[in-house]
Design a protein around this ligand. Structure first.
Ligand code: CDP
Ligand code: MG
Length: 159
């Protein structure tokens, strides 16, 4: 049941100076940071990370957005981590993401607006969608030696 998931704070989140606020939501939920780094990816790497979306109409805008500045890449660990993190992050479109989720509380972009402008939906976060996606993405972004095992105080209360 203990899983790891890949999370990115996208360039919009980094540039808006809300890395700390976003991170604190995951920390407060008791998730463990197994790895974390600031990285500015290029188009080639973006195509690997978003390989499932390359043929979609929004890909061009998505690639431009994800390569326009550094992202915080992290691996978070916890029970049902993939599902729990998606719940904290909220659905893709900030317009319809409920309050209480990161995308619902900190952004308000809509597909209606971004499709018209030909830009990506700015929704602050990437989070792996499935366990399989998480395993592949963690391998892409982190080497084993950059991931750490240590004890958090949450473990005394959760496990
Ligand atoms: O990030 P998430 O898994 O929620 O959504 P996705 O369907 O995997 O899409 C990846 C990213 O592409 C989204 O987070 C948006 O930033 C962007 N996107 C977009 O710009 N326009 C769409 N119609 C769908 C997604
Ligand atoms: Mg996705």
């Amino acid at each position: 049941m203990i899983e790891r998931s890949l999370i990115l704070i996208k360039p919009d989140g980094v540039e808006r100076g809300i890395i700390g606020e976003i991170l604190s939501r995951f920390e407060k939920a008791g998730l463990k940071i197994a790895g974390m780094r600031l990285v500015h990816i290029d188009e080639k790497f973006a195509k690997k990370h978003y390989k499932a979306h390359i043929d979609k109409p929004f890909y061009k805008g998505l690639e431009k957005m994800i390569t326009e500045g550094p992202v915080v890449a992290m691996v978070l660990e916890g029970l049902h981590a993939v599902e729990i993190i998606r719940k904290i992050v909220g659905p893709t479109e900030p317009r319809t993401a409920p309050p209480g989720t990161i995308r619902g509380d900190y952004a308000h972009h809509s597909y209606e607006y971004t499709d018209k402008k030909g830009i990506a939906v700015k929704n602050l976060i990437h989070a792996s969608g499935t366990k399989k996606e998480a395993d592949e993405e963690i391998k892409l972004w982190f080497s084993e030696s950059d991931l750490f095992d240590y004890e958090t105080v949450h473990e005394r209360h959760v496990f």
